[in-house]
Design a protein around this ligand. Structure first.
Ligand code: IPE
Ligand code: IPE
Ligand code: MG
Length: 251
């Protein structure tokens, strides 16, 4: 005779195992190049600014989804050092959009235990934006559920140049011995000091370029790309990326 209880229990065991596997494969640090806002707007016959505006929602949703699934660090690429070369109106629009974004987002992340870090150069950022960034960093500094880094006025090469300059200064003033410089030293002079490197890099909109993002930190990172444009990127797409994620193993 069939033992339905046993079948049920076995099924439950296997469901639990699936959940465990799912949990195990959650990357600790997720980095995302949030690309395709302009094309999203173009497809709809709208100005590029509409795409940027539509790109705000996924920044909030994906942060929430990462916190929910147990990701420890999320790094979002929002504006590169190269993006200043864009049309003046587009750059001005983006700077204002970021100001509004931080004002709206601050309380949401603060109340969810998320710690915010700006990564990139503070120079050249409009004063009102810098104020919002610094206030967001300040009010979330004691949070410990997850870290969210927003790369804004960020360039990977610029980050390395800054690190080299700071290291050279510390050697000059005797704080550091030249022969003691190793990979950990470099890590300690980057914006992501103290954070594990990204496990997975997601790029939306079907591009395969690294575009000067986290050049040092991505050395061992798995890359996952999707045709989905950033304003359309949702939790289900993040889950797809996680399904493909394989923890790094040295052979
Ligand atoms: C990404 O979308 C947002 C920023 C770089 C600020 P894009 O503006 O690069 O959109 P596409 O690549 O032109 O579609
Ligand atoms: C990379 O996207 C930077 C951000 C998403 C902020 P871009 O659209 O600026 O990159 P390229 O120019 O296509 O390499
Ligand atoms: Mg782009």
């Amino acid at each position: 005779m069939f033992n339905f209880n046993r079948i049920f229990l076995n099924q439950q065991k296997s469901d639990n195992k699936d959940k465990e596997t799912e949990k195990k494969n959650i990357p600790k640090h997720v980095a995302i190049i949030c690309d395709g806002n302009g094309r999203w707007a173009k497809q709809r016959g709208l100005p590029r600014s509409f795409g940027h505006k539509a790109g705000v929602k996924p920044m909030k949703c994906i942060t929430q989804e990462c916190a929910r699934t147990g990701v420890k660090i999320l790094t979002l690429f929002a504006f590169s050092t190269e993006n200043w070369k864009r049309d003046r109106n587009e750059v001005d629009f983006l700077m204002k959009l970021f100001v509004d974004f931080f004002r709206e987002w601050r309380e949401e992340i603060r109340s969810k235990g998320i710690q915010f870090h700006h990564i990139g150069l503070k120079e050249n950022l409009p004063e009102d934006l810098l104020y919002e960034i610094e206030l967001t960093e300040k009010v979330t500094m004691n949070n410990n559920q997850m870290i969210v880094n927003v790369a804004l006025n960020y360039g990977g090469r610029q980050e390395v140049v800054n690190a080299v300059q700071a290291i050279a200064k510390d050697v000059q003033y005797g704080k550091l011995m030249q022969d003691d410089i190793n990979e950990d030293t470099i890590h300690n002079y980057l914006y992501t000091k103290g954070q594990d490197d990204p496990d997975i890099l997601i790029r939306t909109s079907g591009e395969f370029r690294v575009s000067n993002f986290l050049l040092w930190q991505l050395a061992k990172t798995q890359i996952w790309t999707t045709q989905v444009l950033w304003p359309d990127f949702k939790s289900e797409h993040l889950q797809k990326a996680f399904e493909c994620y394989q923890p790094y193993r040295t052979i």
